[in-house]
Design a protein around this ligand. Structure first.
Ligand code: Q9C
Ligand code: ZN
Length: 341
């Protein structure tokens, strides 16, 4: 399958995050993509293609205009205050405070974020746009009749809400792709999110819609980030009632427990009979992931790929998380190879 990649992701580097009470180099780093490319090359997967430019309209189809404007201007506003350090949010509203976009960049950073995991540097916005273009190029391929494609997006996207960044995510690449498929005539699109963390942004964007089914397999938010969304009783609302399915699993879950949830999620996708499937592909379910607590092993990703292929749907894989850099390439390549065999 075609793999959509551009070196423009490298603009998002040198950033930091707040982890265990300390500012540390971000776990979500450029080497992740280098390792995936190495494994893909070694495995003979591909070919690699560059994304084409799709502009801001498909992003604005799921994101708030004020938020997109903020992302485009944040670095300029931050450096206008004489700072050259990475821009990391550290102020948020509590319930009872005003929902207002302040003029000051420090206030805007809080207004448009939900954690100190999204750090903006000089090349972040360019990298983010390139990542969204990768997902949209994947949509082009599916619309052109390809069975599958892999958008090697970086930074990831599934934690980003319509107007909020968080969890290393700025633009929700999977949601942008799903909406684009709808706009190009797909009646129903399913999103299967297999990242270790709940895809809170994707869920929220489609929560009141019945045309996009969102299924999430993830660590129980009682124990794990993003903590405040991803519970099993979140089943959709309004026209979207019954079109959101969460499968929270406890820390320590291995492939046996995880694959039972995958089976259930695949059943939901099947019953929905979508025209296309988007897989939010995170491999932070891996047993040695440095920030995660599941116990999947590298060969398990071959089986995951095979099970997803058995759905028999046009499928766009969109890269999300995975922070065990030494294994991320093998785990992603295994998923894609499993899908193709
Ligand atoms: N101690 C994705 O996988 N921070 N995002 C956790 C680590 C949030 C992960 C803190 C992790 C976000 C796309
Ligand atoms: Zn994750």
């Amino acid at each position: 399958m075609k793999i959509i990649h551009t070196p423009r992701h490298l603009g998002h580097s040198g950033h930091v995050e707040l982890n265990n009470g300390q500012i540390v180099p971000a776990f979500e780093k450029p080497e992740r993509v280098a390792m995936i490319l190495d494994a893909i090359g070694a495995r003979g997967l591909g070919p690699l293609i560059e994304p084409t430019v799709h502009g801001l309209d498909p992003l604005l189809a799921v994101h708030d205009p004020a938020y997109v404007r903020f992302l485009a201007q944040a670095w300029e506003l931050w450096t206008a205050e004489g700072r050259e350090t990475p821009a990391l949010p550290s102020f948020w509203r509590a319930p009872g405070m005003r929902f207002i976009e302040p003029d000051a960049i420090d206030g805007k950073l809080g207004h448009f974020s939900f954690d100190a995991g999204c750090c903006i540097v000089a090349g972040t916005w360019d990298a983010v746009q390139a990542g969204a273009d990768a997902a949209l190029t994947g949509v082009d391929l599916l619309s052109g009749g390809e069975r599958a494609a892999f958008a090697l997006c970086r930074p990831p996207g599934h934690h980003a809400h319509a107007g909020t960044m968080g969890g290393y995510c700025f633009i929700n690449n999977a949601a942008v792709a799903a909406q684009s498929l709808r706009d190009r005539g797909a009646a129903r699109v399913a999103i299967l999110d297999v990242d270790y963390h709940h895809g809170n942004g994707t869920q929220a964007i489609f929560y009141e819609r019945g045309d996009v089914l969102v299924c999430n397999i993830h660590a129980d938010p009682r124990q794990e980030f993003p903590y405040f969304l991803g519970y099993a009783d979140e089943t959709g609302a309004g026209a979207g009632e019954g079109f959101n399915a969460n499968f929270p699993l406890p820390w320590g879950t291995d492939y046996e427990g995880w694959s039972a949830a995958l089976e259930a999620a695949c059943g939901r996708v099947n019953a929905f009979a979508p025209d296309a499937l988007i897989v939010s592909l995170g491999v932070d379910t891996y047993k040695h992931d440095p920030i995660s607590q599941f116990r999947l092993d590298s060969p398990d990703y071959l089986r995951i790929g095979r099970r997803i292929a058995a759905l028999g749907l046009p499928t766009l894989f969109v890269m999300e998380g995975g922070y065990a850099v030494e294994a991320i390439g093998v785990n992603v390549a295994n998923t894609l190879e499993g899908f193709e065999t």
